[in-house]
Design a protein around this ligand. Structure first.
Ligand code: AMP
Length: 334
């Protein structure tokens, strides 16, 4: 279809017109011109849904039809880590399945002092990446859709995981996981996935979502996919964009600390005292002028219980400020 309406350049298509046609009208109201040639746009059709009601109606339709649905929730500004989750989701649901990706920068998981308004966004680029990655539906809800009436009395139900969310990220960011579990529960109810794919990069988050899924009987399978890294070991993250040219090489210190811990654990015959190993790693991190350690923990990868003696198979996670940018990483040791 070639669009030739007033104000629209011939040969290009207004995204909301193209996508909406075989869907509920309310499903799409992403405006603006897509300046890619129309044929290219249609070689891989992807629907954009912004309304929660339309998303849920679609999901119910898929469920009635017995279509398998794979879901990858994100906050956008996509990188290869996100894309690896999408291809994992595709492998899990097969060619005939539906892949839903969501992009939503959830205000409820940011403290007032954090980077909500500065969080990197590039919806146009994300949309192209999703389409190329074979996403069938890109869910882009607004705050008003997700938290209608956030004004007093509007939204007052939260999902709180009380055990796994206590330490590490939960300790450093006390309201963070309540925001995460609440939004993920809402997204699960809207997308009704058979399988949801999360990244090992956010190990504690994945453990909490797994616990929530089990505790609240969400009928889905949760898959955790490995962390994708840059060549120098830095874990891919949307927040890496904040790093200045001077800070970027220093940011590899998280990976270097993880590697050193792995070496120590694999080369020693007896367990290492967590406190001793922590001090060694803190000293390594302190060699980088822009780095400030927020926390570093050794723990059991399943229960997230802190380990006092560190042996092979223990998990390590750390958060480090590189300048003003707070980065996290984790790995299993040995
Ligand atoms: P975010 O957009 O940062 O909220 O991340 C969305 C999903 O992508 C989460 O499940 C993350 O754990 C996952 N993710 C983020 N970075 C990576 C990475 N480097 N490798 C694999 N998964 C990742």
């Amino acid at each position: 279809m070639r669009v030739n309406s007033p104000g629209v350049r011939p040969g290009y298509c207004v995204v909301h017109i193209c996508i909406v046609q075989d869907y509920e009208q309310e499903a799409v109201h992403v405006g603006g011109l897509d300046r890619r040639p129309f044929l290219q746009l249609h070689s891989a059709p992807m629907r954009i849904v912004t309304s929660t009601a339309a998303m849920q109606r679609l999901a119910l339709r898929w469920r009635r039809a017995g279509t398998r649905v794979g879901f990858v929730p994100t906050m956008g500004y996509l990188h290869d880590g996100h894309l690896s989750l999408l291809s994992r989701a595709r492998r899990l649901v097969g060619k005939r399945g539906i892949i839903v990706a969501s992009i939503y920068v959830n205000p409820a998981q940011f403290a007032p002092t954090e980077d909500l308004s500065a969080y990197p966004r590039d919806l146009e680029r994300d949309r192209v990446l999703c389409r190329k990655a074979g996403v069938d539906v890109l869910f882009l809800p607004s705050d008003a859709e997700m938290y209608p009436g956030r004004a007093p009395g509007g939204h007052s139900t939260h999902v709180i995981e009380e055990q796994l969310s206590q330490g590490m990220e939960g300790g450093a960011r006390p309201t963070h996981f309540r925001g995460v579990t609440t939004v993920v529960a809402k997204l699960f109810n809207l997308v009704l996935p058979d399988v949801a794919v999360f990244g090992a990069k956010d190990w504690q988050q994945a453990a909490i979502i797994r616990r929530m899924t089990r505790d609240l009987n969400f009928p889905l399978r949760l898959v955790v996919a490995p962390t994708r890294r840059e060549k120098d070991g830095l874990a891919m993250s949307s927040r890496n964009k904040y790093l200045s040219a001077e800070e970027r090489p220093q940011a590899t210190i998280l990976w270097r600390a993880l590697k050193l811990a792995k070496e120590v654990v694999t080369s020693s015959r007896t367990p290492n005292y967590a406190d001793v190993l922590k001090s060694e790693l803190a000293a390594l991190i302190a060699t980088q002028p822009a780095a400030r350690l927020d926390y570093l923990e050794f723990f059991d990868g399943e229960t997230l219980q802190p380990a006092t003696a560190v042996t092979r198979g223990a998990h390590m996670a750390l958060a480090v400020f590189i300048g003003r940018t707070r980065l996290i990483d984790n790995a299993v040791l040995g």
